[in-house]
Design a protein around this ligand. Structure first.
Ligand SMILES: NC(=O)c1ccc[n+]([C@@H]2O[C@H](COP(=O)([O-])OP(=O)(O)OC[C@H]3O[C@@H](n4cnc5c(N)ncnc54)[C@H](OP(=O)(O)O)[C@@H]3O)[C@@H](O)[C@H]2O)c1
Length: 279
């Protein structure tokens, strides 16, 4: 994780990645999805997160196409699904993703899960090939624990840019944050609103009321304060706007202490094909 710097478009970036993005999981009505992507981009978002498994890459592409924002100003990320982790499948499925998204390249391509179908020696060189061919700008991993990242870095000559993991005030991931800071790895927080869970936490409500903002904003501002990029999913314009407003929320030391006093390990995403146990 590195220090953040502001750019002309107003969204802080960390190593080139805008620190707030729009998530799109389960935004699977094509028209709604394209609308929310367009709305977000025109509001000032510059980072969009999708995945092959979400079945909405074409709708995300339509939203990008419709928005009055240049492609080169948008940081676009997608993920290779667990059925596509053999080398040839990584390449072919990514080419299909680019077609659906209507772009020549993506800014970040993740291994979605270190599932049983993931074999570092088989999967990762194909990511390296995509980088060499200019079809992706950065390699990412998702749902990786430190030992998975260490192994990936042994196998791959190219850098691992980011690890996308579940993170929010109910799952604060202190060990992963420490590992990322020590090893020059960006962290991207998925489910940064705990899939709605942040609205039922008294400590977050207390901080939100103090600042006259939503609990969603408090959660997103806490992640930003800790050097972590967040990709909240929102479909309505009101939610898209509320989350964007978190960029203007400055938390003080008392707020951070209140949030970090929440002592929970409330994981919301834990499929059978994920790691058997989380560190
Ligand atoms: N790598 C992975 O394995 C992985 C796993 C899970 C998620 N992700 C990524 O992370 C993104 C975000 O995670 P998520 O979708 O699981 O959950 P989330 O962002 O924590 O929460 C989304 C939920 O919060 C609601 N919401 C959003 N903003 C709100 C606001 N300001 N006020 C009130 N409600 C609000 C949304 O409602 P509306 O939709 O009605 O606005 C939706 O129901 C995903 O979309 C996906 O891109 C990645």
């Amino acid at each position: 994780m590195s220090s953040q710097n502001h750019t002309a478009d107003g969204v802080p970036r960390s190593n080139g990645m805008p620190v707030l993005g729009l998530g799109t999981w389960q935004n699977d009505d094509a028209e709604t999805c394209a609308d929310s992507v367009q709305t977000a981009l025109e509001m000032g978002y510059r980072h969009i997160d999708t995945a092959q498994a979400y079945g909405n890459e074409d709708a995300v592409g339509a939203g990008i196409e419709r928005a009055a924002v240049d492609r080169e100003d948008i940081f676009l990320a997608t993920k290779v699904w667990i059925s596509e982790l053999a080398a040839d499948d990584v390449i072919a499925s990514t080419e299909r993703s680019l077609d659906k998204l209507g772009v020549d390249s993506v800014d970040l391509l993740y291994v979605h899960w270190p599932a049983r179908t993931y074999d570092p020696e088989e999967t990762l060189p194909a990511f390296g090939e995509l980088l060499d061919r200019g079809l992706i700008d950065r390699i990412g991993v998702s749902n990786f624990e430190p030992h998975h990242v260490d192994r990936a870095r042994e196998v791959l000559d190219e850098p691992i840019f980011a690890n996308q993991v579940e993170m929010h005030p109910l799952l604060q991931q202190a060990a992963l944050r420490e590992y990322a800071a020590e090893t020059d790895l960006e962290l991207v927080a998925y489910s940064p609103l705990a899939r709605g869970g942040v609205f039922d936490v008294p400590e977050l409500t207390e901080v939100a009321e103090k600042h006259g903002v939503s609990e969603a904003q408090v959660s997103l501002a806490w992640l930003r304060e800790r050097g972590v990029t967040a990709i909240p999913k929102a479909t309505s314009e009101a939610h898209v706007a509320d989350n964007f407003a978190s960029l203007g929320l400055a938390l003080d030391d008392d707020d951070l202490a209140t949030i970090e006093g929440i002592d929970r390990e409330d994981r919301r995403v834990d499929p059978d094909f994920g790691p058997d146990s989380w560190d």
